[in-house]
Design a protein around this ligand. Structure first.
Ligand code: WQD
Length: 342
């Protein structure tokens, strides 16, 4: 009999909190593990506002194996979704050891508990950064060769997938899904939860909304001399609610397997949008004129990458439903809501 308890490490974070909503709305019982090093407790009120009650929460550092073990003894988890990791490309170039310790040790601890406590369904928050800079074809499929990443953050995901693959070889009963995210953006349409950068945002859309609301003076576009449609980098910006739903579809797929499996799926929209296109979408949807300028390139940036998502639909019956216009509007509503709280 399934307990329907699902461990969500990093569940108070941006993608984690949106996935908690999708899990509850699909009949699962998420158990959040988070030490709030990269999340704010504001999210708990938001989750209560959407779900009518706060989800189960344990303030645990995934680098603390003993605490994690105790939690696995307390619940008979039917699945684990492992989000807890640092994820800013630019920051990882400046602080590599912080990224390697947290992202790799955290994964090893969670995976060890999955094995020791026979929880067979494991979803890993991987990343398109495992592709590095795609050579030639910018639309990547899951079989596009994994080149060497461009940043320490990318290496932690690249190595993470290798650690998981080697573990699967030693424990073929495991049912594993590696979800390779592209660029998560936006917020829940209720504006109750969203991206909550601690300090100066590394990512593009939160920097746009913070500039628009006056928290940041001016947005700098890192580079306008790239060989792309308008000289700025191109990314596959995927709405965070679509991304959250992909995790539920992935878990249901794993549940339906009769034996061990390991899969890799791109989770994106299948469309590339440039930095300038995202800025223009924001200005058009909000009617605001954003204060921005061009600046030098940022080290570690990939020039252009976006997903081929055929497999995601074929394997788990999922595809993105929302657009970048939806994302910029939801992100702006969240920024205004956040501003009303603080
Ligand atoms: C996007 C573009 C910047 C800020 C993200 C996640 C990472 C991974 C991949 C999931 C780049 C430009 C940004 C700014 C700018 N996702 N930019 N001015 O680097 O693609 O990585 O997606 O695993 O976790 O962080 O995202 O939003 O930082 O940058 O011009 O102030 O926007 O140069 O071209 P990135 P990003």
């Amino acid at each position: 009999m399934m307990s329907k308890f699902v461990l969500v490490t990093g569940g108070a974070g941006y993608i984690g909190s949106h996935t908690v909503v999708s899990l509850v709305q699909n009949g699962f019982k998420p158990v959040i593990v988070d030490d709030f090093r990269n999340a704010s407790k504001v999210v708990l009120q938001g989750l209560e506002g959407i779900l009518g009650e706060q989800p189960i929460l344990h303030e645990i550092d995934v680098c603390n194996k003993e605490s994690l073990d105790k939690l696995f003894q307390q619940y008979s988890f039917d699945g684990v979704i492992h989000f807890a990791a640092y994820k800013a490309v630019g920051e990882s170039v400046a602080e590599p050891l912080k990224y390697y310790r947290n992202n790799i040790l955290g994964l090893i601890n969670v995976l060890s508990c999955v094995i020791d406590h026979q929880v067979n369904n494991f979803v890993f928050s991987s990343s398109c950064t495992v592709y590095g800079e795609p050579v030639g074809q910018k639309e990547v499929t899951e079989t596009t060769p994994k080149l060497l990443p461009e940043s320490p953050y990318g290496y932690t995901k690249w190595m993470g997938e290798q650690i998981i693959a080697d573990t699967f070889r030693s424990a073929p009963q495991l049912r594993i899904m590696n979800l390779r995210y592209f660029n998560p953006v936006g917020a829940h349409h209720s504006a109750q939860i969203g991206e909550f950068p601690i300090g100066r945002p590394n990512n593009l859309l939160p920097f746009i909304t913070q500039t628009a609301i006056g928290k940041q003076e001016q947005l700098t576009v890192f580079g306008n001399d790239y060989p792309t449609k308008d000289g700025t980098c191109v990314r596959d910006f995927i709405h965070v609610v679509d991304l959250a739903d992909a995790h539920v579809c992935a878990l249901q797929f794993l549940w339906n397997q009769n034996s061990g499996v390991i899969e890799y799926l791109n989770v994106g929209t299948g469309k590339g949008s440039s930095v300038l296109e995202l800025i223009k979408a924001f200005e058009q949807k909000t009617g605001l004129s954003l204060n921005w300028k061009f600046g030098p390139r940022r080290e570690g940036d990939v020039v252009e990458i976006y997903a081929n998502v055929d497999n995601s639909f074929k394997k788990i019956g999922w595809k993105a439903e929302r657009t970048i216009e939806d994302a910029v509007m939801d992100a702006w509503n969240w920024e205004k809501h956040l501003n009303s709280l603080l």
